[in-house]
Write a protein that binds this ligand. Sequence first.
Ligand code: NAG
Ligand code: NAG
Ligand code: NAG
Ligand code: NAG
Ligand code: NAG
Ligand code: NAG
Ligand code: NAG
Ligand code: ZN
Length: 289
Amino acid sequence: MFAKFRFATILLLCLVPQLASAWGDLGHETIAWIAQSYVSSTTSSTIKGILNLTQSDYIANVSTWADTYRYTSGGRWSAPLHFIDANDNPPSSCSVDYSRDCGSTGCSISAIVNYTSILLDDDSSSTTKYDAMKFLIHFIGDLHQPLHDEALEVGGNDINVTYDGDHTNLHHIWDTEIVEQLADGASAESFAKNLTASIKAGAYGWDVDSWLVGTTLNDTMSSALTWAKEANGYVCSDVLSAGVDAVEQGNLNGSYYKAHFDVARVQIARAGYRLGAWLNLIFTGKTAV
Ligand SMILES: *[C@@H]1O[C@H](CO)[C@@H](O)[C@H](O)[C@H]1NC(C)=O
Ligand SMILES: *[C@@H]1O[C@H](CO)[C@@H](O)[C@H](O)[C@H]1NC(C)=O
Ligand SMILES: *[C@@H]1O[C@H](CO)[C@@H](O)[C@H](O)[C@H]1NC(C)=O
Ligand SMILES: *[C@@H]1O[C@H](CO)[C@@H](O)[C@H](O)[C@H]1NC(C)=O
Ligand SMILES: *[C@@H]1O[C@H](CO)[C@@H](O)[C@H](O)[C@H]1NC(C)=O
Ligand SMILES: *[C@@H]1O[C@H](CO)[C@@H](O)[C@H](O)[C@H]1NC(C)=O
Ligand SMILES: *[C@@H]1O[C@H](CO)[C@@H](O)[C@H](O)[C@H]1NC(C)=O
Ligand SMILES: [Zn+2]
């Protein structure tokens, strides 16, 4: 019995990361740690209150919950909220159109709109706010992964690729393998420190002032759509720039990684920076600390 139970547990542990398709844990936790550098003390204490957490990793702690929840029977309804299925035509044309792409069961954009308004509403119950906070932290991250803004081949899940000799799929390497190669063994916290310092230094040609253009609580849908369109644009310019057949050939950890890793880096940095600013807007009315 015991041995069987252990086997089942090990099997589950092996299956969960493969099923969980979103920036992997490292991506979400890095985004969370970057956001933590940008939240004001009022924002920080409000979030800690809603989450009932006092620990220093209070945002990172809840940043991957939504990926576990979606695979529970009670949480299956939330699966479509992790992405928006842009029905465009990469690599020749990329676009996101809310009415064409969001779908009747909702998408990342409707979810960001919904959970932002729940957090802004003084009448929301504390349990509603608790879930809204955890969802919002996760979905703003997901929205920045280009293949979360793409319908083609189930967001690349059905495009088989090889990475460092492993057989996986295109969606998965953008969630996980590329991010791990980029972090080079660093923890989420120290990878985030590096990226936060890079944001402050304006490294890699990043035009940080432009990252909050169009970001306003007056129109949460257009704010989220602006971010989604930018991420979706990378499907044409980078992720599938040479077409589907090209990524099905060879190991993508070499020249493909070299050509495109900067997209993963800037998208994680933007997601963290914007998440911090968005939470500040909700709880203080201003983006800045
Ligand atoms: C908050 O967390 C503490 C433990 O850290 C627990 O004792 C308490 O019941 C929690 N409060 C609520 C409202 O869930
Ligand atoms: C979040 O923090 C709690 C303690 O407050 C801990 O039990 C839990 O394992 C943490 N979860 C993650 C994913 O870090
Ligand atoms: C908003 O979120 C709540 C809580 O998850 C959910 O019950 C409700 O259906 C959502 N509304 C919309 C319009 O997405
Ligand atoms: C992709 O790989 C899966 C197994 O991982 C296999 O079932 C499927 O047929 C492959 N698809 C293509 C198009 O080769
Ligand atoms: C890519 O993966 C292959 C197979 O595991 C390995 O031989 C090669 O050194 C890797 N290339 C880079 C640049 O990491
Ligand atoms: C971040 O890490 C990269 C790669 O290790 C390094 O080249 C860069 O200087 C670091 N940036 C900062 C601001 O620490
Ligand atoms: C948002 O709306 C308020 C009140 O209508 C207005 O004062 C403010 O300038 C608007 N902000 C933006 C960024 O559009
Ligand atoms: Zn997700």
